[in-house]
Design a protein around this ligand. Structure first.
Ligand code: FAD
Length: 331
């Protein structure tokens, strides 16, 4: 079977990004998954075992101190080296800000073709076909690359399956002292990290399994606390419509939609959100959508799997109470 490279992102604290599971599952659908990792420190035995559990048959570990301080380039160098070494049939990359740039630069270097924000992938007879969710999630279109290496960014959460576990074969290379010189690399350099930017222990919005979002229907920043309370009762990330962000109920990082982030969680709960096409563009691929809105004709109900026509200030406190009561029963 052909090798398929999957770029595994590692945080500056050394944690394997949540996107790794879906990427390795996508790679396993197309061929033999090869995890490619650029990191400042060598992978630990636990990292190798974890990537094996997620389906990596091979791991290409490229180590450079610059991985902690230089954006994009270390991952690009790691992938470029792996393309030469493994002659892959495709490369899958997270559809993150960094991932998109790595993918684009790799396409330029290799003369490959770029397929962005895939929500579905399938392979067969030497081809890779990719689906994208377009026009606010109203349609899916299929694309493929002819005559070059397909380099695909995959929307986080879109691929649900898990690749069969493997005992990975590990290759370690050092990028330091190679032709690539971090100091001359034309890429932004990170001076410092602020892990407390959100001051929150909630899951990260893009990769969360459950997202609770609030809209203009919440009415004020004070009332938006209700969204956070429901999110905490469910262990969910907090999202928002643009109207809620523009009104100052919550920071821009929470905005879901065309000009915010795209999410594909298992469960998306929309509170007081009308469901404008620009909002739906960022959440319509969620597996289950629940909407609570006092207007029974709100367009959000067109995409909701479950809907409650009601006032969020009545329904949500009852929901939180029921969730907490249920939790107490099981403790
Ligand atoms: C170029 C462009 C890009 C955009 N990008 C985005 C984007 O990325 N994300 C995004 O979200 N929007 C985006 N928008 C804006 C989008 O068009 C909508 O204006 C926005 O999504 C509306 O937000 P909302 O649903 O919170 O507000 P509204 O449309 O005002 O809806 C509020 C809803 O709350 C309900 N409600 C009110 N009170 C209650 C209550 N007490 N209980 C229950 N329900 C209640 C109302 O019935 C209503 O349906 C964009 C627009 C443009 C033009």
């Amino acid at each position: 079977m052909s090798n398929i490279l999957a770029l595994v992102e590692i945080s500056h604290r050394g944690e394997i990004a949540a996107s790794a599971r879906g990427l390795l599952a996508a790679a396993a659908r197309l061929g033999t998954p090869v995890a490619v990792v650029a990191s400042a420190r060598p992978l630990t035995d636990d990292d190798v075992a974890r990537l094996g559990q997620l389906g990596a048959v091979r791991i290409h570990s490229a180590v450079t101190a610059a991985a902690d301080t230089v954006l994009v380039t270390p991952a690009l160098e790691a992938l470029s080296g792996a393309v030469e070494l493994f002659q892959p049939a495709a490369v899958v990359v997270p559809n993150s800000v960094d991932g998109r740039e790595v993918a684009a630069r790799l396409a330029v270097r290799t003369g490959g073709g770029l397929l962005l924000d895939a929500v579905e992938l399938r392979g067969g007879q030497g081809t890779v076909a990719v689906q994208h969710s377009v026009f606010g999630g109203a349609y899916r279109v299929e694309s493929m690359v002819e005559g070059g290496l397909p380099i695909i960014t995959v929307r986080q959460g879109a691929i649900e399956d898990q690749a069969p576990p493997a005992v990975p074969e590990l290759t370690v290379i050092s990028l330091d002292g190679t032709a690539w010189d971090a100091s001359s690399a034309k890429a932004a350099v990170i001076d410092a990290f602020n892990d407390d930017a959100t001051g929150s222990a909630r899951p990260e919005l893009r990769s969360a399994a459950t997202v609770v979002s609030g809209g203009r229907g919440l009415g004020s920043a004070e009332n938006f606390v209700l969204v956070e309370q429901l999110a905490d009762a469910l262990g969910a990330a907090v999202g928002a419509s643009r109207a809620a962000v523009d009104a100052g109920y919550v920071g821009h990082a929470a905005q879901v939609g065309q000009t915010g982030v795209s999410v594909s969680p298992q469960l998306y709960i929309a509170l007081g959100i009308s469901g404008a096409i620009q909002h739906r563009a960022g959440m319509q691929t969620a597996k289950t959508i629940v909407a609570i809105n006092k207007d029974g004709d709100a367009p959000i109900f067109d995409v909701a799997d479950f809907g409650i026509v009601g006032d969020v200030f009545t329904v949500v406190p009852e929901l939180i109470e029921a969730l907490n009561a249920n939790r107490n029963v099981h403790v």
